[in-house]
Design a binder for this molecule. Sequence first.
Ligand code: 5AD
Ligand code: SF4
Length: 433
Amino acid sequence: MNENDSEKVFILLSDEYEPTFNPEEADLILINTCSVRKKPQHKVYSEVGRYKELKNKKKELILGIMGCVAQQEGEKLIHKLPYVDLVLGTQGFYFIKEALKILKKERKPVVITELKPNFKPPLIVSENYSFPIKKVSAFVTIMQGCDNFCSYCIVPYLRGREISRPPEDILKEIETLVKTGVREVILLGQNVNSYGKKDKNLPDFTELLRMISEIEGLWRIRFTTSHPKDLSDKLIKEIAENPKVCKHLHLPLQAGSNNILKKMNRKYTKEDYLAKVEKLRNLSPEIALTTDIIVGFPGETEEDFEETIKMLENVRYHEIFSFKYSDRPFTLAEKLSDKIPEEVKEKRLKMVHEVQERITREIYQSYVGKEVEVLVEGPSKKSSNFLMGRTTTNVVVNFSSPRLDLKGALVKVLIEEAGKHSLKGRYLETLKS
Ligand code: 5AD
Ligand code: SF4
């Protein structure tokens, strides 16, 4: 979502600025920030520090901070880092042009951190969309904010209440992206499957998927993130039946123990979760699942943790993202006692990694010898004569090919080898271009 927010800022500024990969050359540096855990929040300070030097050399350089840390810290950032010119929160960044005007006129730092519950994110599209290079797969934010208040999570406090963008804007945005050569969209939201729930006039998420899949020239639709409690039978059926919807679902479990899930305010049990996985796999046997796991939530016992491991073994995810619990301001979990010592969290995270590494290896191995459809994203970073793309199950494939100008094509690839985080194969034929 941050990447997509940065792209929006880029489009907003594209009549005045050009992108550069060299900070020394920049007239404006805007650092987008994450606050979901302590570590990325702290990274902001070292990152901004690096650019302070540049500002010393070039007084007119404008230095700004946007995103969740900007939202969280607001004015405090200006006091801590007096050389910062702009602090633009999670809705504030949309006003970058206005902020620059004020900055140039008043010559003092501009802070925009207001969060409006009825905020309407503007439609920002450009047919010249080309940052940093022309893309085959693009993000499209369909909703902002979150109403779920999981007890460990800072997001609802920093991104505000859930707001669904109007379908007309979403469709217009995707149609414009398709004109620039985009073939796949990744719909973004903190909880995409509650899209439209708060407004009777809006379609629900499944209906939105159907509307999007009517766009000609768009071949694939992905979305993230789905909250397990809101994963409806209607959506499960749509995933199975809509050929444009990719057979991959990111379904954050967070923990395997019902006791911890309750304390996390996740509103499902592990049994509810497993029942949904079964339904998904009944209708889409090839579907790949991925998940997020938090280890060391306050009060997590060895038995609770064992339940998480059992769920990994049981569900057999393609990949997982796992994190040590991190205390966040404003959250309920921060106020809980029974915090887990760092070394225990470390040990549990290591165990999760080991178990998952084995499962991923086994799953990736099962692709060897199979023919898969790959949407080509561009040259492979691994080898100069290889191309890179993804399967519908979101697995990265690097493959040799007699032709290297296949970016944006859908091709058939024979998988010959499984790596730790990707597959290796050989081009067979072009299916669509
Ligand atoms: N500590 C650790 N991980 C967290 N996440 C969210 N909040 C925290 C926290 N306080 C993780 C969750 C979420 C992912 C985006 O980040 O797993 O799904
Ligand atoms: Fe955070 Fe839970 Fe909302 Fe996800 S659903 S953003 S974890 S509060």
